[in-house]
Design a protein around this ligand. Structure first.
Ligand code: DLL
Length: 433
């Protein structure tokens, strides 16, 4: 099995911890010097950057949460001046404003190598033809994997999202060997390949790299059987870098977390207490190499656990269990992160006030579907039909512009959404992942 960066992926725990501490000290000094938000937090908590010398010292620093990034929109969390930034990405915030991340030249180089790690671990080499079906743009997914694949020397097809028939045509004609997508899009591709009567044996697919959303072992089995490829999981979070935080090797027994670049902690999401190794809890990440956008103890919201036992592949890095749950209400719809509060904001804005509603998430075929069910209020009821239609259209448009996903919107009779103790369950997630 190939290893992209054996020096860092196979270090002894002692060496690794030494490296982590050196990099942690540099990062803490950097944020104290350059990021007002952290300087204030350190000063308020009586923490002196030079005093952070051990992992237990790290736990004295308060967590960073999405809201801190929102408050510092757009560039407040940058640790370098804009002239040193060569790339800007963004991810969804909890309101209509996104979170903005910056990268220096060196950040991009390090990121490419981190992405190359999980791609190599999944079996990608310079002989592969890699088709990337993530959205190119502000989302970190496509560019992260793209640069990783180029670093390996593979031939990259930067397809972007959608246009499934064309994806399949290209897959056939260009002889794609590695597919990069969300697991749900892989299922949608498999459905369409079947509908078109294409024999998957006639394709050249060998490797599937799936990430960006939760998926089960059952789904893995189904994708592997239908597309005839070896499917691996990879994990990333835009706020800390993008894809390239962790990825499975072919043993498929957890995702190796690149601990030389990120310190992971597992905490109890209720109390914030750090839990012992092996416990299930929320993953918190501290970046160790980021120049432009360092994050100290960033709460990812993802529930997982870490296994520090050595892996048969030779990598010594801890392995992170598949994520199936979040500690907050963030939804992942077709690989896009959506917060119910973003939708509520958009809805109340167009409706000019509070309106009872429910978000219903379902799988339609292989793909996720989000329907916004809105109860008719007197104000909406009094509108003539034409106006009601344009009202629904306006809501749809606004939600799409804020979240980046298309939703269905439906009006229902007043008081028809079921209540429990007088309250509507705001999110009804009927997907069975
Ligand atoms: O989704 C980065 C990424 C892109 C990773 C492509 C892998 C492949 P965000 O848009 O910031 O970044 O979303 C991050 O997505 O906190 C998880 O909740 C979820 N997520 C990402 N990868 C996985 C995975 C990218 N393999 C959020 N399994 C994270 C489960 C995942 N959830």
């Amino acid at each position: 099995m190939n290893i992209w960066d054996a020096t860092h992926e196979c270090m002894s725990r002692d060496e690794l911890e030494q490296l982590q501490l050196e990099r942690l000290q540099a990062t803490v000094n950097r944020v104290y010097k350059n990021v007002t938000h952290y300087r204030k937090i350190f000063n308020d908590s009586g923490i002196i950057a030079e005093d952070i010398r051990s992992f237990s010292d790290l736990t004295r620093i308060p967590f960073t949460v999405k809201d801190d990034l929102r408050v510092n929109y757009p560039y407040g969390m940058f640790a370098v001046p804009l002239r040193e930034i060569v790339r800007i990405h963004s991810s969804s915030g909890t309101t209509s404003k996104p979170i903005v991340m910056g990268y220096t030249k060196n950040d991009i180089k390090i990121w490419s190598n981190l992405a190359a790690r999980f791609m190599t671990a999944a079996g990608v080499t310079h002989d592969d033809v890699v088709q990337i079906t993530f959205r190119y743009g502000l989302f970190t997914g496509a560019f992260g994997v793209h640069y990783g694949a180029e670093a390996i020397g593979a031939s990259v097809i930067p397809m972007g999202t959608g246009n499934t028939d064309k994806q399949i045509m290209i897959m056939q004609d260009y002889k794609t060997t590695a597919l990069v997508s969300t697991s749900s899009y892989a299922m949608a591709l498999a459905d369409r390949i079947e509908q078109l009567g294409i024999d998957p044996k006639s394709l050249s697919l060998k490797i599937g790299l799936f990430g960006g959303e939760p998926w089960s072992e059952k789904m893995r089995e189904e994708i592997e059987n239908r597309l005839l490829l070896n499917a691996t999981d990879n994990y990333g979070v835009s706020e800390v870098i993008g894809p390239g935080v962790a990825g499975e090797c072919l043993c498929k027994k957890g995702m190796h977390l690149y601990e030389d670049a990120f310190i992971p902690e597992i905490i109890d999401p209720e109390t914030g207490k750090v839990l012992p190794a092996g416990s299930d809890g929320e993953l918190v990440l501290t970046t160790l190499t980021r120049e432009a956008f360092p994050m100290i103890r960033y709460r990812t919201g993802d529930i997982t656990s870490l296994d520090y036992a050595p892996c048969e592949c030779g990598r010594t890095l801890a392995r992170m269990k598949k994520i199936t749950r979040r500690s907050d209400d963030m939804l992942i719809i077709r690989g896009v992160n959506v917060f119910p509060s973003q939708i509520e904001d958009a809805l109340f804005n167009v409706a000019q006030g509070e309106t009872p509603y429910q978000l219903v998430v379902e799988r339609k075929g292989a793909m996720d579907n989000l329907e916004v069910v809105i109860e008719v209020t007197d104000r909406i009821f009094s509108l003539e039909l034409q106006k009601q239609r344009s009202f629904l259209e306006a809501i749809k448009k606004r939600i799409t512009s804020v979240t980046g996903i298309n939703v269905d919107v439906r009006l229902v009779e007043s008081k028809s959404i079921p209540r429990q103790n007088g309250k509507i369950l705001l999110v009804l997630d009927r997907r069975n992942i």
